[in-house]
Design a protein around this ligand. Structure first.
Ligand code: NQM
Length: 381
């Protein structure tokens, strides 16, 4: 006999170009090991198809957001991002996710952690993984989240309501190695952290063009070995220690733009090649392109005006020229990014902003796979 099935309140949402399960922290075990064990069973991991859970069999669809009221006076809610392994029984809090971040504000209103405004709501979010802050603004006509709208983002079919996300400068250095260029594993790179530790590498220095399909790049064993070698060495230099079992830093291969943007990217996250690019990954690339002397600067024609109507509500300066269009395998991500110079003479982030969309897919109860494997059926003779 087994006991009653476990059940957990859960909302499945698309956040940007990712999809994940959103929970109130109070609906999950407080103890991290127990929480992670439960989440593996919720998502159906480890299993390449995640057939017995909510996961979508790819790192971009095997994600969890844990949201709680914030004790920080500068924030309304805390958002903890957890990457759930697909094939490995691992749950990691070592990276943040700017895509699931797009769903956090709407989820906070849906769960009544934040009172909605009559037309739009701005939710101040503390991103627990990094300690950094973000403000997400989205429409709430009549006090209800409206997911419908006319904002389009590459990698997502159709249109939806814009979620405008503003990032004040983070607490850490923009150049975690303290250098504009480093030579790692024999290759010149620029290591940037504008919310996501990212190693920028000219694609041609790894013997690829940077315009290949993600699948073709993933199937190139020589490239995989170079990316991993470079990542391990860069991780040490960036102060991240041994990164062999973590998903950061990401490695972004850069090539000149082909569609009027600032640069072409192919980003390893870190083994699979992203079908687009992460939000904070793109923010790190955008900041990197602006660094004089960095490996990205010669590849990127700056400044770039993306055209089109502004989405930040105006304000100081010419925001349209702050906007960099980062090309990726399924289109582009526009990032508003400006830098300042710190007292040490090194560049630091001044302002970063992006538009995403998000959508509630279902809200209900998830029934995790049972914790104990049931006894095997008797073998037929
Ligand atoms: O960089 C994938 C994604 C991400 C992360 C990854 C992200 C970000 O596209 O902000 O959103 O880099 O693992 O969801």
């Amino acid at each position: 006999m087994t006991g009653p099935a476990e059940e957990v309140r859960c909302m499945l949402m698309r956040g940007g170009t990712s999809k994940g399960a959103y929970f109130l922290a109070g609906d999950l075990p407080a103890e991290p090991a127990a929480r992670d064990e439960l989440l593996l069973r919720v998502m159906g991991s480890p299993d390449p198809r995640q057939i017995d859970g909510l996961g979508g069999a790819h790192p971009l669809t095997s994600k969890v957001a844990v949201v709680a009221p914030s004790a920080d006076p500068a924030a309304d809610v805390d958002y903890l991002f957890l990457q759930v392994g697909v094939e490995k029984p691992e749950v990691s809090d070592r990276q943040n996710c700017g895509n699931l971040l797009a769903g956090v504000g709407p989820f906070a209103v849906e769960r009544r952690l934040v009172a909605p405004g009559p037309d739009a709501t701005a939710v101040r979010i503390r991103m627990v993984n990094t300690g950094d802050l973000a403000t997400a603004t989205f429409p709430t006509p009549g006090g209800r989240v409206d997911y419908a709208g006319d904002a389009e983002i590459s990698g997502v079919p159709g249109a939806a309501a814009a979620v405008v996300i503003e990032f004040p400068p983070g607490s850490g250095p923009l150049l975690p190695t303290g250098h504009i260029r480093d030579t790692v594993a024999g290759t010149e790179v620029t290591c940037v952290d504008n919310g996501m530790p990212t190693v920028l590498v000219p694609a041609e220095s790894l013997n690829v063009t940077g315009y290949e399909d993600p699948k073709e790049l993933e199937e190139n064993p020589e490239l995989a070995a170079r990316v991993q070698e470079l990542r391990l060495a860069a991780g040490e230099l960036m102060g991240l220690g041994d990164v062999s079992a973590t998903t950061v830093p990401k490695v972004s291969l850069l090539a000149p733009p082909r569609h009027g943007g600032a640069v072409t990217t192919r980003t390893f996250i870190p083994v699979r090649c992203h079908t687009s690019i992460g939000v904070l990954g793109a923010a790190s690339v955008a900041a990197g392109l602006r660094i004089e002397g960095g490996v990205g600067a010669p590849l990127a024609p700056l400044p770039v005006k993306s055209g089109g109507k502004g989405w930040d509500g105006g304000g100081d300066g010419d925001r349209d020229s702050d906007r960099l269009r980062i090309e990726h395998p399924t289109g582009f991500t526009d990032i508003e990014s400006t830098l300042a110079t710190g007292s040490d003479g090194l560049p630091r982030a001044r302002r970063t902003a992006v538009v995403r969309t998000a959508r509630k897919i279902f809200d209900g109860t998830v029934f995790p796979r049972p914790a104990v494997t049931p006894p095997q059926a008797p073998q037929l003779p």
